[in-house]
Design a protein around this ligand. Sequence first.
Ligand SMILES: CC(C)(COP(=O)(O)OP(=O)(O)OC[C@H]1O[C@@H](n2cnc3c(N)ncnc32)[C@H](O)[C@@H]1OP(=O)(O)O)[C@@H](O)C(=O)NCCC(=O)NCCS
Length: 262
Amino acid sequence: MTALRRVVEHVVGRLKREPGYRMAGDWSDAQLAIVLWHRGRQIVRGVPLRLRARGVRGTVFRGRRVVVEHARQLAAGPGLILEDGAFVGALSRHGIALGRNVTIARHATLTCTGVLASLGTGIVVGDRVAIGAGAFVGGQGGVRIGDDVIMGPGVRIFSENHAFEDVDRPIRAQGEHRAPTIIHDDCWIGAGATILAGVTVGAGCVVAAGAVLTRSVPPYSIVAGVPARVVRSRLTVVPPAVIPANAGIQRHADVGVAGTSR
Ligand SMILES: CC(C)(COP(=O)(O)OP(=O)(O)OC[C@H]1O[C@@H](n2cnc3c(N)ncnc32)[C@H](O)[C@@H]1OP(=O)(O)O)[C@@H](O)C(=O)NCCC(=O)NCCS
């Protein structure tokens, strides 16, 4: 292992508060140097945001074309990463509060207020959360995301619906129904999933790619489909398959691996 790699592992481990942090795979020094250069430029770009947003602590990694509106209503723990094109609109009653080591990937949007007529509630995000590329998180009615939640690209999380009871008036003029949306700790939200207003996703859930959650789901569920249904629970104990003692040898023999015999 090169000295550069040891330094990177040490620094990342400290930033992530993961002593003994190790990088997998073979990294050349040239690759590491490019990543460090890129991250270094992001740190420099993050400095003006630190000055504008008093509630943002520690190092901020800020990509290109990142927009943060109403930065005084943004709070964040150390290690915030805002990748290229991310948009954070904190205007709302409670603002946006992000925990430590939160990543907001490329072109993701966090917004709390859609129309001036109706100030939104806000967004709270826990520690070590990754909001995927192109995500949309709308905190008009309040969104709360726990710790260790990870998301694929294109996830959409809403906390309001338009009212449409009156057929004699345009829907846009009928106001909204708001309800907080909650995602508890340690969930994995698959690519393109949509979570609607008022839904609570229990801890430890897996949401399949493309699922549309219209109802709350219990902890440790695997949910899929449109509308989403629980397809399995992570708590279900699957009995191990009965494997003959010589199964490995037979498998190798079947494909003609040298040195094995029946
Ligand atoms: C949900 C997922 C993790 C698979 O979980 P699993 O427990 O191994 O589920 P299985 O593959 O056994 O499928 C269970 C059932 O759900 C269905 N299912 C799985 N994924 C589905 C999806 N995305 N949409 C609709 N149905 C799905 C399967 O067809 C199966 O149905 P069946 O029992 O009628 O045959 C995976 O399908 C998925 O969606 N991964 C997300 C990938 C992603 O977004 N990656 C981005 C990188 S972060």
